[in-house]
Design a binder for this molecule. Structure first.
Ligand code: COA
Length: 333
């Protein structure tokens, strides 16, 4: 990150939304051959929320999270200049952001989807920051939302135990550069390993009889769990260290480690590698599972609500997942 900033940015509000239906590990055990003990010891997950209402999609969840963030600071939604929806599970391949823009009444906002899987919120936060830093926009709504339950193969016990549905939102506002709270970021992608975690598009065998082109459909989530685990535990600590170092900060300065909520063992292993004490880890995945792009803003909202994260705390957030993509942001709250 270059230091010649024009505008600073600050998160001034947060919100979240979770579906009503709570599904325990015991309930999952009636769907596939697994157990509460297996799931909990390997992942730390006890239950997850699933969007089960007919006709509901990411739009309802994301809109609710956004409205909570907007109402918390009594903001007129017309003052939002940009809405970024981080998701890999839109209800329309052309994007769901514009539908959310309409529902929440952010009529002056440009709205678009950003897909970077479980790193989506981190990439969106950094993207929003660029628009604020260069003075283009003042108020940006960033939503991380996913309903991966619609893309899970509910007969595949190696993946279906992991995921839950949720949405989280933050409002990033421009401020004087001396109050800037985004101290640094570090983002990476390695497409060589894209097949470790994907929702792939598969073409049909037979081409169109006249045009000879191939059409197809998207498949369920497929994952090489062991490789994804190794990737996260090796790359995320390096990213965080780089990010802190470039901001002239050290591990000792970190008050909170807010990682993408994929697996409790990953959270512990990353903290261990960084010599960060486990009581600085923010974790809620026992209740929600891996909610992909929603996991960081959801956990952030909860931690702020209960005053765990307070003014001036140094919060390191890091996302990682399909792509493979990963990255970290250092915030002064
Ligand atoms: N219940 C019971 N047994 C299961 C199971 C389940 N839900 N899923 C897999 N198993 C079995 C396997 O069939 C295998 O049996 P075998 O030894 O007889 O072949 C055994 O458990 C071990 O499977 P393995 O895949 O090696 O387990 P693991 O220790 O790697 O744990 C994950 C699996 C998915 C929990 C782990 O790899 C992981 O968390 N990876 C990261 C995934 C992730 O976070 N993805 C999202 C990133 S954004």
């Amino acid at each position: 990150m270059k230091k010649d900033m024009f505008q600073g940015a600050k998160i001034i509000s947060t919100g979240s939304s979770i579906p009503y239906a709570k599904v325990s590990n015991e309930q999952i055990s009636s769907v596939v051959e697994t157990s509460d003990e297996w799931i909990f010891t390997r992942t730390g997950i006890k239950e997850r929320r699933l969007l089960t209402q007919y006709g509901q999609s990411i739009v309802e969840l994301a809109s609710e999270a956004s409205i909570k963030a907007i109402e918390q600071i009594s903001m007129d939604p017309k003052n939002i200049d940009l809405l970024i929806l981080a998701t890999s599970s839109p209800n329309d391949l052309f994007g769901s952001a514009s539908k959310i823009q309409y529902v929440i009444g952010a009529t002056n906002a440009l709205a678009f989807d950003l897909t970077a899987a479980c790193s989506g919120f981190v990439v969106s936060l950094v993207t929003a920051f660029q628009f604020i830093r260069n003075g283009s926009y003042k108020n940006i709504l960033i939503i991380g939302a996913d309903v991966l339950s619609k893309w899970v193969d509910w007969s595949d016990r190696s993946t279906c135990i992991l995921f839950g549905d949720a949405a989280g939102a933050v409002i990033l506002q421009s401020c004087d550069v001396s109050f800037n709270s985004i101290l640094n970021f570090h983002l990476k992608t390695d497409g060589k390993y894209a097949n470790y975690l994907s929702i792939a598009y598969k073409e049909n065998f037979d081409p169109h009889p006249v045009l000879k082109l191939y059409q197809g459909s998207f498949q369920y989530i497929s994952m090489n769990g062991k490789e994804v685990y190794k990737f996260a535990v090796s790359q995320v600590p390096l990213s965080i260290l780089t990010c802190l170092h470039q901001a002239n900060l050290s591990i000792k300065d970190v008050d909170w480690l807010l990682l993408h909520q994929a697996n409790e063992r990953i959270l512990m292993a990353v903290a261990d590698k960084l010599s960060i004490s486990s009581d600085k880890i923010i974790s809620n995945l026992g209740q929600y599972g891996n909610t992909s792009a929603a996991s960081i803003p959801l956990a952030l909202h909860e931690a702020v609500q209960v005053h765990r994260i307070v003014a001036n705390d140094i919060v390191v957030i890091a996302g990682f997942g399909a792509g493979l993509t990963w990255g970290s942001v250092v915030l002064r709250w």
